[in-house]
Design a protein around this ligand. Structure first.
Ligand SMILES: [Zn+2]
Length: 357
């Protein structure tokens, strides 16, 4: 039975009505559906499902870590509603996270801090601190929320015996268009093999372009991979639009694959063949050193645009940046970052032959 306060099964609406925390008088926070699925609400925007019988996968789906990246929020909200209304029977344990509800309400990427930069402890909150006792003046809601998300992911994975398959898909949309509408950022694995099964699964979601990272990061997906050994990805699913204005037909394959993944339905995958994919690695980051930093192309340029060798990319006072490598492509250009921050990333094609498993 759904509790009366959740009778509409609209967990997103409930989350957005209580963006920072749950009302204190809310009962019950744990309930069981008629199909035997246990539901636990751990915090605003955080709901954990445990079906009566479950397989070997512990799956985390997160969205809204950037508040204006709305299509993934709509995808996850629909999945949660279908589970609560028993239209979707789970076959695996699943944890849903709606990352930044105040920013979703504001229609903004973030209010103070970009949440996808403060994981793996970069939020600065030590394990033994009571997060409830920290106020906004000391540490922003967003950094506190990062510390909370780490705790919830740990609780979810550690509630069952070790040795199971863990995965985390952190769903985003990009600020700009892209030569490849959908792409995945595969966090640095410290030399462990890239997963062929995950490449194939994501290909079934219409994701064929991957950026393979070669260094640690403070993103949510790197945190899950490094701290919990999860198969973890940041999935960029297309261009962000306001909530309710997305053309959801562009996300059908992703939504269908996630639905199949959590309910044990068949997913049509093909064996991994590298030529089916566009794989890139970071070649260099270009940082902004002075206020004179200027991009030499239209700011609307799409991610993964490749320019001819020697093309001027940017100037920064008396420094000139030009294309140095065949196939070098631009991603995430942003001239308005603070001095010292990354203004763009240059990537180049890479092969993973002999490095997959
Ligand atoms: Zn994002």
């Amino acid at each position: 039975m759904l509790p009366a306060w959740l009778s509409s099964a609209d967990f997103l609406a409930f989350t957005l009505a209580n963006p920072e925390k749950l009302p204190t008088d809310l009962q019950p926070l744990t309930f069981r559906l008629q199909n035997g699925t246990d539901c636990q609400i751990w915090d605003t925007g955080i709901i954990c499902f445990t079906p009566q019988h479950y397989g070997n996968n512990d799956i985390v789906l997160s969205c809204g870590v950037h508040g204006n990246e709305t299509a993934p929020i709509e995808i996850c909200a629909a999945l949660v509603q279908d589970i609560l209304q028993e239209r979707l029977q789970l076959s695996e344990r699943v944890l849903f996270l709606f990352g930044n509800p105040p920013a979703i309400n504001a229609g903004k990427r973030e209010l103070i801090d970009n949440m996808n930069r403060f994981f793996s402890g970069a939020h600065g909150i030590s394990d033994d601190r009571d997060i409830d006792a920290i106020n906004d003046a000391e540490i922003s809601f967003e950094k506190r929320r990062c510390a909370r998300l780490e705790q919830y992911v740990s609780r979810f994975y550690q509630a069952v015996p070790a040795g199971r398959e863990r995965c985390l898909y952190d769903l985003h949309t990009a600020i700009r268009g892209s030569q490849f509408e959908k792409f995945a950022v595969y966090p640095f694995l410290h030399g462990k093999p890239w997963s062929e099964a995950q490449f194939s699964l994501l290909a079934a979601s219409d994701i064929h372009c991957f950026l393979l990272m070669q260094t640690p990061a403070t993103t949510f997906s790197y945190y899950a991979a490094q701290t919990h050994g999860a198969h973890a990805f940041t999935l960029e699913l297309g261009k962000a639009r306001p909530l309710g204005e997305n053309d959801m037909s562009r996300f059908t394959k992703v939504a269908d694959t996630l639905r199949a993944l959590i309910s044990g339905a068949d997913i049509k995958t093909k064996p991994f063949v590298e030529t089916d994919f566009q794989l890139f690695e970071v070649y260099r980051a270009i940082n902004k050193h002075t206020e004179a930093f200027e991009l030499s192309f239209a700011s609307s340029i799409e991610n993964f645009t490749q320019l001819p060798l020697g093309t001027l990319l940017a100037t920064d006072a008396d420094i000139e940046y030009r294309v140095e490598q065949p196939g070098e492509a631009i991603i995430f250009p942003n001239a308005s970052v603070a001095i010292g921050q990354r203004a763009m990333l240059m990537v180049k094609p890479v092969s993973v032959i002999g490095q997959t498993g």
